[in-house]
Design a protein around this ligand. Structure first.
Ligand code: GTP
Ligand code: MG
Length: 258
């Protein structure tokens, strides 16, 4: 593709600093959520664990069919802001593509909008790289019901707040039980899982290695992939540090999702 460009951004501050490689220009549209390739090697290097890239990507069989993405995580983890930033990212990419701009969108200002706690469920849709994506945020009050949403989802995004270590222990149990549920077969065929370490822009954010070690998420992702005999390089599950506020690694998440 002639309009591919690779850019590198740096997280402004915080303990989770990491290079970000921007990805392929993709068209996208997004409905408001309130109501409602450089080298492949470069891309892969952004992921802390496993991801869906590559010719063996099982999700490619569903290309152009809407992917249902469940977004879960503890209260205030940043799920709603993540969806709003995804919205903005998709819209900007669409506009730039329509205007035949070849630049990518590293330079967007931090998203400063105020979110309100999600009561129940919020839905959002967008299209990224001609791939329709339908997001469903299910609030933390409904956490006992999360498993009932697993089956109808092709992918699960679990959002964690890593800005404060006291907020990390709670989700550890929930992540484990999510993987156990998915491996039990109760929720149908294998799904992509993204463990998103959010708020990496906060200066006090925990060191990513410390967090992943504490949560054992890399091990869980590997165990999950092995369980379904998915080779490591097909990246059935990933761990990705992001910032819903600055947009750090949002495009990488979207690329994996699409
Ligand atoms: N600095 C920073 N703040 C964030 C980030 N993501 C979310 N926040 C803030 O964290 C607070 C909660 O964000 P929400 O997106 O509403 O969190 P949520 O997970 O949807 O919360 P519930 O719907 O109540 O479960 C808001 O004040 C956000 O502005 C981030 O990446 N960085
Ligand atoms: Mg919310």
């Amino acid at each position: 593709m002639s309009d591919h460009k690779t850019h590198t951004t740096h997280k402004p501050h915080g303990g989770l600093a990491r290079q970000s490689t921007n990805l392929i220009e993709k068209s996208a549209t997004f409905n408001n959520i309130s109501e409602k390739k450089s080298s492949r090697k470069d891309k892969r290097s952004n992921f802390l664990s496993l991801g869906f890239f590559g010719e063996g990507n099982p999700s490619r069989a569903l290309f152009n069919q809407t992917k249902n993405i469940l977004v879960i995580g503890c209260k205030n983890a940043g799920k709603s802001l993540l969806l709003r930033n995804i919205s903005r990212t998709c819209e900007v990419r669409t506009m730039r593509k329509l205007n035949k701009h070849q630049n990518t969108i590293n330079s967007l200002p931090a998203l400063t909008i105020q979110t309100v706690p999600t009561i129940g469920v919020e839905n959002a849709t967008c299209t990224f790289d001609n791939q329709p994506l339908a997001f469903r945020e299910v609030g933390s009050q409904l956490s006992p019901m999360w498993p009932s949403y697993f089956e109808q989802s092709s992918t699960i995004v679990f959002v964690l707040d890593v800005s404060n270590c006291s907020k990390i222990s709670g989700p550890a149990t929930e992540i484990q039980s999510m993987f156990h549920n998915l491996m039990s077969g109760q929720s149908g065929k294998p799904k992509g899982v993204a463990i998103v370490l959010n708020k990496s822009d906060v200066a006090s954010a925990e060191d990513v290695e410390k967090v992943t070690g504490f949560l054992r998420v890399k091990e869980l992702c590997e165990e999950y992939s092995k369980h379904y005999n998915v080779p490591k390089n097909q990246h059935l599950a990933i761990v990705l540090e992001i910032s819903s506020s600055t947009g750090y690694n949002i495009q990488e998440l979207l690329t994996w999702l699409s």
